[in-house]
Design a protein around this ligand. Structure first.
Ligand code: GDP
Length: 170
């Protein structure tokens, strides 16, 4: 049987919930060791994906708010097999920045499994964008859209399962 390891990166503006999402999925805490040596944190999580009948080991990388440093960015993107493009329901700038994040990932990684994630849907009453705008952006970028609430653990594991299945099938 196959041992599938998948590096997943989570990109998007600060405060959209990237760290929270990774921590929620892996239900762990970040080790400081890698942060000290290469400037990036990561978590490991093994999951059996019934959709593809395979166990996948996720390596979940977090930039820990250091997205602006080029050297770190390169280490961060290197070898990624899947990407979560995240923005926040209550942060218009984070939504407007999605396309530039998409471009950056595509430039560094080529074509990899990717999804668009609208986080903080518990705050939908204060949304800074219309649902239709989000759906149009997903369509334009040809990405599957997930609406998540990391706070209430809504749809988080579904995002990772989808990426894992896409990766295994590709
Ligand atoms: P990052 O900078 O993108 O890594 O964002 P963080 O994971 O640090 O989260 C930023 C803030 O948003 C924190 O205070 C989180 O607790 C909060 N947060 C994350 N997800 C949600 C959510 O689904 N709903 C709400 N209301 N807050 C969230």
């Amino acid at each position: 049987d196959v041992d599938t390891t998948l590096k997943v990166i989570v990109v998007g503006n600060g405060q959209v919930g990237k760290t929270s999402m990774i921590t929620r999925f892996a239900k762990g805490i970040f080790t400081n060791e890698y942060k000290k040596t290469i400037g990036v944190d990561f978590l490991e999580k093994k999951t059996y994906l019934s959709a593809v009948g395979e166990e996948v080991t996720y390596l979940l990388w977090d930039t820990a708010g250091q997205e602006e440093y080029d050297a770190i960015t390169r280490t961060y993107y290197k070898g990624a097999g899947a990407c979560i493009l995240a923005f926040s329901t209550i942060d218009r700038d984070s939504f407007d920045a999605v396309e530039s994040w998409y471009q950056k990932v595509t430039d560094e990684c080529g074509t990899i499994a990717m999804v668009l994630v609208q986080n903080k849907v518990d705050l939908m009453d204060d949304a800074a964008m219309e649902p239709k705008e989000v759906e149009m952006l997903a369509k334009k970028l040809r990405l599957k859209l997930y609406r998540t609430c990391v706070k209430d653990d809504l749809n988080v594991s579904e995002v990772f399962q989808h990426l894992g299945s896409e990766f295994v099938r590709s």
